[in-house]
Design a protein around this ligand. Structure first.
Ligand SMILES: Nc1nc2c(ncn2[C@@H]2O[C@H](COP(=O)(O)OP(=O)(O)OP(=O)(O)O)[C@@H](O)[C@H]2O)c(=O)[nH]1
Ligand SMILES: [Mg+2]
Length: 398
């Protein structure tokens, strides 16, 4: 799974990225600090099944802290988007190319209203984040439209001569965006274009269809960053009347993670509070913690974890499955208890899980055991969230 972080320049995308992935990419208070995207690993936070099964786990591909499991997901910090990117303005196609493979997008806006449309600093509260929302969503719609209707008349002729269906033609055009045929079909249905001959499509049809594809194929979670700044309360309250946003302070999350690393405090990402470990704090440290406390008090958390979880579990409706090789001890071959937690699309089958673990495991698939119920499951069994599964395969015997 890949989360893309996008937004206009200077809103805090790289700061969000650093806080979520614990990397140290460059950030600065001027536009276009990031000119090449950065790839890192963030985590989805879920309640682990170790508590239910009353076991002490020792995961190898994820982390479990007191029953809270952190599952890795890839995250891409993308350079700032400018109006007209779909026509090649700013970094144009490079920027849009970065979005192609993202399964879900986190759109970061400046919740304190302190950057203009080009990302230049302005008086806090004077810029309107709703304009950023429109700018980015419009750009994505135009971009998808330009891919769908590229050399449209020629494409219609070719499709007719080959007897190609509408959904096949369009899916082929969108394959580079990792948008599958079922999404194309759903969108055609939604905008009432099923059965309408391509040559009869109007410009308006293409526009409505492209927007529907964007909403389904590249879901967006909107985050109002810089929530720690004084002007943010009023700006975010105003935005919330028109758009669902998650208030967020990347700065606060960054401070918490760095302080936790240095042993100054204990903090589990996504928690509503932290525990101070050090009694002697310098003045700058006290000031930084005051900022963090204000954010936690006002919004309940820094918002970073909530955004990641909503993107992966809410928008994409993914499920978590725990594969094991020993259904009694819940271990892998090496004795690691609940060794991994896998994030899968919500309609995944046991066979999909086997394929994800290893092609050979899927090839030799015999049956699976649902560890919770001890029932045998066939390859088409649709997995549920928190299933613990053992796969029995000719390749796993002996
Ligand atoms: N107060 C506050 N400042 C923040 C927050 N997040 C980022 N900033 C500041 O905003 C400025 C821009 O941050 P970046 O992370 O470089 O922004 P960006 O969106 O990656 O910018 P570009 O790469 O230029 O598009 C920096 O001065 C950050 O310190 C936040 O949550 N609160
Ligand atoms: Mg940046």
């Amino acid at each position: 799974m890949l989360i893309g972080l996008l937004g206009k320049a200077n809103v805090g995308k790289s700061t969000f990225f650093n806080a979520a992935t614990e990397q140290e990419v460059q950030t600065a208070n001027y536009p276009f600090t990031t000119v090449k995207s950065n790839l890192g690993t963030a985590n989805v936070r879920v309640d682990c099944v170790c508590k239910e099964f009353k076991v002490k786990d020792n995961p190898i591909h994820s982390i479990c802290i007191d029953g809270v499991r952190f599952i890795p997901v890839r995250m891409l910090d993308i350079p700032g988007l400018v109006e007209g990117a779909h026509q090649g303005r700013g970094l144009g196609n490079i920027f849009l190319d970065d979005i192609r493979l993202a399964d879900v997008l986190i759109h970061i806006v400046d919740g304190s209203g302190s950057t203009d449309k080009d990302g230049k600093p302005v008086v806090p509260g004077s810029a309107d984040p709703l304009l950023d929302v429109k700018l980015v969503e419009d750009e994505l719609d135009y971009w998808i439209l330009s891919i769908v209707n590229r050399e449209w008349s020629k494409a219609i002729k070719e499709a007719n001569s080959r007897g190609q269906k509408v959904e096949q033609l369009i899916s082929k055009r969108l394959s580079g965006l990792a948008i599958k045929e079922d999404i194309v079909l759903e969108s055609l249905k939604e905008v009432g274009l099923i059965g309408k001959e391509l040559r009869n499509w109007l410009e308006e049809d293409l526009k409505r269809f492209s927007k529907s594809i964007r909403l389904k194929g590249k879901p967006i979670i909107t985050v109002a960053n810089k929530a720690d700044l004084q002007a943010a309360s009023e700006v975010i309250a105003r935005v919330k009347d028109f758009k669902a946003v998650i208030p967020c302070s990347s700065e606060a999350e960054l401070l918490l993670r760095r302080a936790a690393k240095r042993g100054i405090l204990t903090y589990t990402p996504g928690d509503h509070s932290f525990e101070l470990e050090s009694a002697s704090l310098s003045e700058p440290q006290k000031k930084a913690l005051d900022l963090v406390k204000t954010v936690l008090k006002r919004y309940g958390s820094t918002g970073i974890q909530e955004a990641i979880n909503r993107a992966c579990l809410g928008s994409l409706d993914s499920i978590i499955v725990y594969p094991v090789e020993d259904e009694v001890k819940l271990t892998d071959k090496k004795g690691n208890v609940l060794p991994e937690a896998r994030l899968l699309p919500h309609n995944s089958t046991v066979k999909d899980l086997a394929n994800q673990i290893h092609e050979d495991l899927a090839k030799g698939f015999l049956f699976a055991i649902d560890v919770r119920t001890k029932q045998r499951r066939g390859s088409d069994y649709q997995l549920k969230n928190n299933d613990v599964i053992k796969i029995v395969s000719t390749t796993s015997r002996g």
